[in-house]
Design a protein around this ligand. Structure first.
Ligand code: PEP
Length: 254
C-alpha cells in the first residue's frame, strides 16, 4: 500500500438519506480537521449511489476520499439498474468496495467480482475486495479454503501495474454487525494467509500494491487490536461509521 500508512473505510450501506449523508460527511470532515487527523491516515467515505454527488461536493478540497459500495463492470449498455464503474470514477470516486458479504448474499459471485476488479483498475479506482467465511464454513473447518478461493478468483487474470493499489478486507461474515469482533491475533494470521494467496496468484509480483485490512464490529475501543498488527493496514467500518464523533474517535485510536 502506497502514499499512506493506514486506511479507514466507512461503509454507510443503505442507512442514510441524501441529507443525512451530506451532514455526516460534513461533520466528519470538520472533526477530522479540528482533531488534526494526519493525511497519512486515509479516510474513505462510501455512501449509497444517490448520495455520491453530494458527498463528493462536500469532500472537495479535503484529504478525505469518496468510495462506492459496488459498481458494474461494463462501461455502457442495456443493463437496467446498473451503475458503471466508469461513471463512478467520473462522479469523484477513488475507491470501490467489491464483493461485500451483503452483496454476495444477493447473488454476487467471484466471477463478477473479478470482472469488477478489472474494470476498477482500468478506470483508476482502487478496489477494496471483501473476503471472509460464514459461520457454517468456519464450523466445517473450511475458513482457509474459502478465503484462498475468494482471493484467487477475484484476482485471476488481473493485470496489476506498479502504480496500482489493491485492498483486501478480511471480514468474517458472522461477525459483521454482531458487536463482537474477533481477536487481533486471528485477524493478523488471516491477513498473512490472504497476503500469501495474493503473492501466489500474482506469482510473486506487485506485492507492494497490496494492503490487507480488517472489518467486522470494529469500534473505538477495539480498533487498535487490529491496527497494531504489522500486517493489518486499517479497517472497514459499518455501524461505527454512522456517528461522526464515534468514527473520528475510532480513527484517532487506530
Ligand atoms: C461491514 O458491513 O463491512 C462492517 C464491517 O460492518 P460492522 O462494522 O457494522 O460490523
Amino acid at each position: 500500500m502506497k502514499n499512506f500508512e493506514q486506511i479507514i473505510v466507512a461503509n454507510w450501506k443503505m442507512q442514510l438519506s441524501i441529507e443525512e449523508a451530506k451532514k455526516l460527511a460534513r461533520t466528519i470532515k470538520n472533526l477530522a480537521t479540528e482533531k488534526k487527523i494526519s493525511a497519512k491516515k486515509k479516510i474513505v467515505l462510501c455512501p449509497d449511489f444517490l448520495s455520491l454527488p453530494e458527498v463528493a461536493k462536500m469532500l472537495k478540497d479535503s484529504d478525505l476520499s469518496l468510495g462506492a459500495q459496488d459498481g458494474f463492470y461494463e462501461d455502457i449498455g442495456a443493463f437496467t439498474s446498473q451503475v458503471s464503474i466508469r461513471e463512478l470514477k467520473a462522479s469523484g470516486c477513488e475507491y470501490i468496495i467489491l464483493g461485500h458479504s451483503e452483496r454476495r448474499a444477493l447473488g454476487e459471485t467471484n466471477l463478477t467480482i473479478n470482472l469488477k476488479v478489472k474494470a476498477a483498475l482500468k478506470h483508476g479506482l482502487i478496489p477494496i475486495i471483501c473476503v471472509g467465511e460464514t459461520f457454517t464454513e468456519r464450523q466445517e473447518g473450511n475458513k482457509g479454503t474459502i478465503i484462498m478461493h475468494q482471493v484467487f478468483e477475484a484476482l485471476q487474470g488481473v493485470e496489476v501495474e506498479n502504480h496500482h493499489q489493491i485492498i483486501i478486507a478480511y471480514e468474517p461474515v458472522w461477525v459483521i454487525g454482531s458487536g463482537q469482533a474477533i481477536s487481533g491475533e486471528e485477524a493478523s494470521q488471516t491477513a498473512a494467509m490472504i497476503r500469501q494467496s495474493y503473492v501466489d496468484v500474482m506469482e510473486g509480483r506487485h506485492t507492494d500494491s497490496l494492503g490487507v485490512i480488517y472489518g467486522g464490529s470494529v469500534d473505538p475501543s477495539n480498533i487498535n487490536h487490529f491496527t497494531k498488527m504489522a500486517n493489518i493496514r486499517g479497517a472497514l467500518v459499518g455501524g461505527a461509521s454512522l456517528k461522526a464523533t464515534t468514527f473520528v474517535e475510532l480513527i484517532q485510536n487506530s
